[in-house]
Write a protein that binds this ligand. Sequence first.
Ligand code: 5GP
Length: 118
Amino acid sequence: MYDNDNIFAKIIKGQIPCKKVYEDEDVLFFEDINPVSKVHVLGIPKVKCVNFSEFIENNDKEIVANFFQKINLVVEKLGIKESGYRVISNSGNDGGQEVPHFHVHILGGERIGPKINS
Ligand code: 5GP
């Protein structure tokens, strides 16, 4: 069940501020409040979805494909396409997900260690 009051829902609605990196009508990318690498950006689709599987299963291919294309656009915008980066999505308890709105972490700007997960 999607929680309309989760932190990222509030960020989408503008009720909580964030440092925006890219936004359009379907997606929002913003800096993580507690970065674990020099570049640490979060990306979210604006549709209501709790985790990765829900996003994939409950949305049209166009919406899913658009989100992943926007990740690539943001990677280019951040200037880390050539140096390298890591895209992570934590899902559920074992995945260590804290915020129940599907999101990806884009990590880069330095060498990312083998076990970093957000
Ligand atoms: P998860 O563990 O769910 O994959 O990651 C949630 C991420 O959201 C964490 O890296 C955390 O630092 C970030 N986060 C939590 N609250 C806020 C907030 O209010 N603003 C921003 N920009 N990031 C947040």
